[in-house]
Design a protein around this ligand. Sequence first.
Ligand code: HBI
Ligand code: FE
Length: 266
Amino acid sequence: MGKTTQYKSRTSDENGIIHWSDDENQIWSELYARQIDLIQDRACQQYLDGLELVGLTNDRIPQLPDINKVLMRETGWQTAEVPALINFTEFFRLLANKQFPVATFIRTREEFDYLQEPDIFHEVFGHCPLLTNPAFAHFTHTYGKLGLAASKEDRVFLARLYWFTVEFGLVKTAGGLRIYGGGILSSPGETVYSLESDKPQRHPLTPLDALRTPYRIDIMQPLYYILEQFDDLFSLAEMDIMSLVAEAKRLGLYDPLFPPKEKQAS
Ligand code: HBI
Ligand code: FE
């Protein structure tokens, strides 16, 4: 899994503080300012409540000890500093221990609008607010324990369930469709596209379908799955997900809705 990253991650000092440069804080500030407007009336209420609790500000990259205080109080979660994308074993081990990986680098201006790997804006702005929510925290914790115990092959199936919920999930609300997936909430283009474009398909989430749905990480998603209601994440966590993985393996994958990724010029 270890894709080599072009980014140099930062390490914190003995108090867990990272001394970001003015330019790095400025990039956060511009990303935050743009995204905070776009998510109004598009992010689900549970996310907005969490954003309030986590108390992100628009002037600088938040410090993880401050976020950890809130997460520990609300759901017993913590963040874990990681250099970039981490491998499945490390990823599931952290989630199984109620630790959410936060890559300690921020994107460059060249990748301002989109970057393929998760930077601190994606992890903190996209995911941390919902880690204050008991249903989301319970699902993510259960998911981590399942992944840690799963085989390599089963982990590939489990990654699809994470992808179509935690990363790119939508939820039905009285006010219409709303977003809870962190991959959408940290991406300006996809925040609008996921709800308002007529291009993507949007289907009710059945875990078996999600487990069978291929995805690409480098395009706007051609398909979203919709939770009937947010607290269904509790019941999702209680399902026998590994039996559904076995069923998905037996039935095979759905045809992809996207063209194959053209081979990168080597
Ligand atoms: N590593 N830092 C980091 N953040 C992620 O969200 C992440 C990861 N490694 C693996 C991974 N996600 C995916 O495989 C999950 O979508 C299953
Ligand atoms: Fe993510």
